[in-house]
Design a protein around this ligand. Structure first.
Ligand code: ADP
Ligand code: MG
Length: 293
């Protein structure tokens, strides 16, 4: 009976848009009690857009977009795509030299002779001991409270601007999280983004437990810590950043809209990128188990 039941399970899975790597995952779906969800690209669409540009005294929005756009053009990050796309509307982008990506922190390089940094505030401070002009700090406080992400822009040793980037919560995410709770799973939001933006997204979808400002390499430790507390952990993610955490989780679920690395590291793929496939997958696996037993 076992092989037939498994086939039924996976056939139904394909109909629901769920790809299951192997039967060994069925057992872990029975025991999971915690589900860790990545924010960007999992709960949100991950299609970011520039909401506003705020230049400090001595420069202009156009100059900020041109230089920051040139720098971000070399990065693959969704934040970078948003900045480069907005900048390309303003005019042609100059070349960047010595580009470096600093995962979970920001990017650096030289544009038209200006040494530049773009990224999170704490990282800019570490690099160049910079402090934020008060006016920009106020803009950032407001933006973060609204769930947005500020990109701090510095060149030639001073902070020059903030570009505010916004993402949208998928309209199915809150319902999916409600269903996961009904299945007995406690949701946890995990992100590299700032705490206020993370909390705002968590509030919108009904998550109480928020772990934010986690560097890419540390996401796996968050999963291990939860497991050390005796929790059996599922993780849903989409990014290169999430791969190690997805592999460490008792059950890894990748968004089908995400990166190949995340999909390879996972037990299940949610083909449509709709988070409601996560509760579907858990229900299906549990039902399949009942059929086998
Ligand atoms: P997430 O966990 O939401 O996928 P990441 O770990 O990729 O986020 O990034 C964490 C933070 O690092 C971002 O919110 C942003 O502040 C900063 N960051 C990362 N890459 C870039 C970039 N290319 N440009 C500007 N900021 C960046
Ligand atoms: Mg992500």
């Amino acid at each position: 009976a076992t092989p037939t039941a498994l086939l039924v399970g996976t056939g139904r899975g394909a109909q629901l848009g769920i790809l299951i790597k192997g039967p060994q995952i069925l057992e872990s779906t029975r025991r999971v009690d915690t589900i860790v969800l990545d924010k960007t690209g999992t709960i949100t669409t991950g299609r970011m857009a520039v909401a506003s540009v705020h230049a400090a005294d001595g420069t202009t929005d156009t100059e900020v977009l041109r230089l920051a756009g040139a720098l971000e053009h070399a990065s693959e990050h969704p934040i970078a795509h948003a900045v480069a796309a907005r900048a390309a509307e303003v005019g042609p982008l100059p070349a960047v030299e010595g580009f470096e990506n600093h995962g979970g922190r920001g990017v650096s390089g030289v544009v038209e002779g200006h040494a530049m940094l773009a990224g999170r505030y704490s990282w800019l401070r570490e690099q160049w001991a910079l402090t934020a002009p008060d006016a920009l700090q106020l803009v950032v406080d407001e933006a973060e409270t609204q769930g947005r992400t500020p990109v701090w822009i510095a060149w030639d040793g001073a902070i020059r601007a903030v570009i505010v980037v916004s993402d949208t919560v998928k309209d199915t995410s809150a319902a999916a999280i409600g269903e996961l709770r009904e299945l007995g799973l406690s949701p946890v939001l995990l992100t590299g983004d700032n705490h206020r933006a993370a909390q705002s997204v968590a509030d919108q979808v009904g998550i109480d437990e928020v772990i934010s400002e986690v560097l890419p390499a540390d996401k796996v430790d968050v999963i291990k810590n939860l497991q050390d507390q005796g929790r059996v952990v599922a993780m849903v993610g989409d990014g290169v950043n999430d791969a190690a955490a997805l592999a460490q989780a008792d059950l890894g679920l990748a968004m089908g809209t995400g990166t190949d690395v995340a999909i390879e590291a996972s037990d299940l793929t949610l083909v449509r990128g709709d988070l409601r496939a996560a509760p579907d997958a858990i229900r299906l696996a549990r039902a399949t188990l009942r059929t086998i037993k």
